[in-house]
Design a protein around this ligand. Structure first.
Ligand code: RTP
Ligand code: MG
Length: 137
């Protein structure tokens, strides 16, 4: 079933010049980029995006990181786009969890600096697309 997911190339990925690498992998998988923008995330957008992690030890640092520089936000569409992109991204810890061949497994070393975000469920995708692309909904 075709569905949409929200992808972020996080500030570390943009700063390292990996935006094209990430978008290229999405396209080569056969997924379609249907909306795309670069922006400095406002603090309140970052807080809403990561609301599920409020109260965790890494949450303040995560907000500082995600607002530390420009990021690229994309709406990606295709068959099973949500799990398909999660597989392209690899597990959260780039060394212990992400497989070689995945974006994180190939390109990252640290859990916070793991290059990309992808929605983890249909409800998250709807919420996150509305948050980052209010003009689309
Ligand atoms: P994301 O939401 O960014 O797509 O990543 P994810 O689902 O794979 O991981 P999640 O558990 O939702 O965590 C969100 C982001 O927070 C940072 N993090 N740091 N230091 C830590 O223990 C820790 N745990 C998570 C990572 O940047 C992770 O992607
Ligand atoms: Mg997550």
């Amino acid at each position: 079933m075709s569905e949409r997911t929200l992808v972020l190339v996080k500030p570390d990925g943009v700063a390292r010049g990996l935006t094209g690498e990430v978008l290229g992998r999405i396209e080569r998988k056969g997924l379609r980029i249907v909306a795309l923008k670069m922006l400095l995330a406002p603090r309140d957008t970052a807080e809403q995006h990561y609301a599920e992690h409020e109260g965790k030890g890494f949450y303040p640092g995560l907000l500082d990181f995600i607002t530390s520089g420009p990021l690229v936000a994309a709406v990606v569409e295709g068959e099973r786009a949500i799990p398909a992109f999660r597989q392209l991204a690899g597990g959260t810890d780039p060394v212990e969890k992400a497989a070689t061949g995945s974006i994180r497994g190939d390109l990252a070393l640290e859990t916070q600096l793991n290059i990309v975000h992808g929605s983890d469920a249909p409800e998250s995708a709807v919420r996150e697309i509305a948050l980052w692309f209010p003009e689309l909904v």
